[in-house]
Design a protein around this ligand. Structure first.
Ligand code: IMP
Ligand code: MG
Length: 182
């Protein structure tokens, strides 16, 4: 196989140690805020949020339910993609406190759509926890209630994030020095 940009080991942007430190802080904040909740449902957005979600939820000492949601977005030209549901949650969320867990918020279209849908279904509250926030890329208004790190407009991989399904299993957040998107 000939070497390509995606074969190189990504440069460290946020070390594994820093990721874990921040997750402990987020877990503490969430635990404090939801102490009185009677029905907390944590919904991870597949696939990228899985690594983050597991490490985060293991540190939250509250009863909670876990479910998953998956979207796909179809872009045509430069137009924003239409977000579609690939996998819906199984748990009924009416009158429950929903905490959405996502790897990264970029344009915001994905989360805007999911937040609106869950509120429409009658959730008591819907909040968002994202490990990474590319705020300057935002095109629609999405507030991140629990944000791990704000990052610049660079394409990142690792700790759940992929480039063509590669690099998800890195324990750190890395940058591919050659832009994979050209
Ligand atoms: P949004 O709808 O534009 O906010 O897209 C968010 C989704 O795009 C994330 O859940 C990721 O799957 C993907 N994404 C955005 N930026 C990156 C990145 O830098 N690396 C890997 N995936 C990304
Ligand atoms: Mg994602």
């Amino acid at each position: 196989m000939s070497p390509s940009a995606s074969d190189k080991q990504p440069r460290v942007l946020i070390s594994a140690e820093d990721v874990q430190k921040r997750i402990a802080e987020l877990a503490q904040a969430i635990e404090n805020d939801y102490r009185d909740s009677e029905n907390l449902v944590c919904v991870g957005i597949l696939k990228g949020a899985v690594f983050f979600m597991v490490d985060l939820l293991k540190q939250i000492r509250l009863p909670l339910a876990v479910d998953f949601f998956q979207t796909s977005s179809y872009r045509s030209g430069q137009q924003p993609g239409e977000i579609r549901i690939r996998k819906d949650i199984e748990i009924l969320i009416r009158d429950k406190d929903v905490l959405l867990i996502e790897d990264i918020v970029d344009t915001g279209y994905t989360l805007r759509t999911v937040l609106d849908l869950f509120r429409f279904r009658g959730a008591k509250s819907v909040r968002l926890c994202a490990l990474l926030d590319k705020r300057e890329r935002r095109q629609v208004d999405v507030e991140v209630d629990y944000s791990g790190f704000e990052i610049d407009d660079v394409f990142v991989v690792g700790y759940g994030l992929d480039y063509n399904e590669k690099f998800r299993n890195l324990d750190y957040i890395g940058v591919l020095d050659e832009n994979p998107l050209g």
